[in-house]
Design a protein around this ligand. Sequence first.
Ligand code: 3PY
Ligand code: MG
Length: 241
Amino acid sequence: MTDVRLGAWASLGEPRTAAALEASGLDWVVLDMQHGHFDDRAVRDTLALRRERRVPLLVRVRANDPAAIGRVLDAGADGVIVPLVDTAEDAESAVAAATYPPRGTRSWGPLAGLERTDGPDGRPPRPFVAVMVETAEGLDAVGDIAAVDGVDMVFVGPFDLSLRLGTTVDALLADTAPDAPLPRILAACRDAGVLAGAFGPGVDRTSALAALGFTRVVLALDTDLLAGGGALAAAVRQRLA
Ligand code: 3PY
Ligand code: MG
């Protein structure tokens, strides 16, 4: 199978838990400010705990808002995931907010102690920009969205997308016809040469998304990994039975 990188999704807003996810063996970590408990301070504290960059750490911002995008990049995030991107203009706005002039409009102001200087010539590296396609409008415009210069990944939110399309997450994932939503998104990503990512989570949905062709898939939330304690206890009970 192609190289599929599995992500961890931090929702609890708890810096030490999120920092531990970086060492959990998953390939990338997302801090969620849209639906998770992360606020500015929790994002900063998580990034301040980072002693080395083991895996990419992205932040899903609350909205496609230049101020929100600039702030998490100022705090040292490796990139952003921007929700509810419906048009190429929305995608362009997200890229511009994440990119210093002349390409973009990002304002200069890294936070002391968290600034990144590991890019070319000691400058900050270009952040990774993922845009979420999770509406009917976004699906219709996915070819144009994926083609925006500076978009690195189209990331599908299957929960919102299935709500907007009047279906269920599992029906969306099971529809493999060439003109079905997920194959259309994958084709747009292939044509534009950008990564195709999606939120699973769980073994079944993550495997289904990877089998369809998504190469960046969120396998587990922090809460799922904590709930894994039950499986450990069950394994011990089985041995002792
Ligand atoms: C979605 O599935 O809509 C998401 O945004 C996942 O967090
Ligand atoms: Mg969503």
